[in-house]
Write a protein that binds this ligand. Structure first.
Ligand SMILES: *Cc1c(COP(=O)(O)O)cnc(C)c1O
Length: 403
């Protein structure tokens, strides 16, 4: 079967595919239909936090799969209730709304924020986001995604959105004062926006200012959550307390699941009929979510992930020092890394292909940033293998650049 040609004929081309036809995944490895093995540092775009076919996930899949797959929101759904409890107990006091994806988490957030504004007599309106942010592709979520190539051809819902430079407190203070928005929404580390890390000091200052001005402080943890940065949620490094947390990607253990954790100001605003969806929370996704949550909350597991991430970081630092003109910066935190290359976009996609030929999958974002999103089960041997291959490819690029 020529899967590539069939895909070309029958599936819309909304993503530029890499030339790999997936056949099987196991741990940190993905295998294609020709039996070639790939070290997977791409992890389905930050979804597979426990890698492929993790025993805890496989067990949850079998156990819940044999019970029931769907019941609708008209019935009590124990795996989802358990997951909501777990998420709340390890984040902020509040309640959970479940959807199927990141975009749906953002849509729920937008509606909740508007419902809150209505309850406050609409004295404030609009949402502040950061330049280059990514919050999803449905029309509401797209309004908050500040990357022109993503939104430019589509209609924009009418609610006001204000864009600020990450890290610029003076600008944010001015927007809060002059425009009277109702909420600020931030990714602690901008993912598709190029792995831009918001500092702990900035997050703290934003929280303080939001409290002072009576503005909701909301965090998009869709990519940074579920242990990726070394804590369950990335905002926890900054010791702040958000009013609203958006989650998705890793939370369903590979199955579609997203949603929001709403703090005390927002948790009781939705009444029956205000919002909903048929599929979510899928009992199967939620059962897998419980397996993921239990695994990443194990301190030994998490410490091991932090240690392996830290050898990856120090290895990249060494390589960066070797090729100072080529790596301008390594950004991110824990198992979320952006290696900013001083090279042309074609050279960076060539490097991605060369890594693939060596059996290693990496992502590229914003054209020249190599993005690594390893599974939390990464081992020292995988770190070494990546570093050796990456160093070799960089040295080729280096020679090419200087020649
Ligand atoms: C991926 C992502 C989204 C959108 O999630 P989808 O499941 O693709 O709709 C929103 N926000 C952030 C930070 C993301 O990384």
């Amino acid at each position: 079967m020529d899967w590539r040609q069939l895909d070309d004929t029958y599936v819309m081309s909304t993503y530029k595919r890499l030339p790999i036809v997936a056949a099987k995944g196991e741990g940190n490895y993905l295998y294609d239909t020709e039996g070639k093995e790939f070290l997977d540092l791409f992890t389905g775009l930050a979804v597979n936090v426990l890698g492929h076919s993790h025993p805890a996930i496989m067990q949850a899949l079998r156990e819940q799969g044999e019970k029931f797959l769907h019941v609708s929101n008209y019935f009590y759904n124990p795996p989802a209730i358990e997951l909501a409890k777990g998420l709340v107990e390890h984040s902020i006091p509040g309640k959970v709304f479940f959807g199927n994806s990141g975009a749906e988490a953002t849509e729920a957030a937008i509606k909740l924020i508007h419902k809150y504004a209505a309850g406050q007599g609409h004295e404030r309106s609009g949402i502040v986001v950061v330049k280059n942010s990514f919050h999803g592709r449905t029309l509401g979520a797209l309004r908050l995604t500040r990357q022109a190539h993503v939104y430019q051809d589509f209609p924009q819902p009418a609610f006001p959105v204000y864009e600020v430079e990450p890290g610029d407190m003076a600008q944010l203070a001015q927007v809060l004062k002059e425009n009277k928005p109702v909420a600020v929404l931030l990714e602690p580390i901008l993912g598709s926006g190029g792995i831009v890390t918001l500092t702990v000091d900035y997050l703290k200052a934003v929280e303080t200012l939001c409290r002072k001005e009576g503005v909701l402080f909301c965090i998009d943890e869709i990519q940074t959550g579920m242990g990726r940065t070394g804590r369950l949620f990335a905002y926890q490094h900054a010791d702040v307390i958000p009013d609203l947390i958006l989650f998705a990607k890793g939370v369903g253990g590979g199955l579609p699941l997203g949603g929001v954790i709403a703090g005390e100001k927002l948790q009781s605003l939705f009444a029956p009929g205000d919002h909903g969806t048929t599929f979510a929370p899928s009992p199967l996704s939620a059962a897998l979510g419980n397996a993921v949550l239990k695994t990443v909350l194990d301190e030994t597991f998490m410490q091991n992930a932090r240690d392996n991430a830290s050898s990856l970081w120090s290895g990249l630092e060494r390589i960066g020092a070797e090729f100072p003109g080529l790596i301008s910066e390594v950004r991110g935190k824990g198992m979320m890394l952006g290696i900013v290359l001083e090279a042309a976009p074609e050279q960076v996609s060539q490097l991605q292909r060369a890594m693939m030929d060596k059996g290693i999958l990496v992502d590229v974002t914003q054209k020249t940033i190599v993005r690594l999103l390893p599974a939390l089960i990464l081992e020292p041997a995988h770190v070494d293998r990546f570093l050796a291959a990456f160093r070799e490819e960089l040295s080729k690029l280096h020679k090419g650049v200087t020649a």
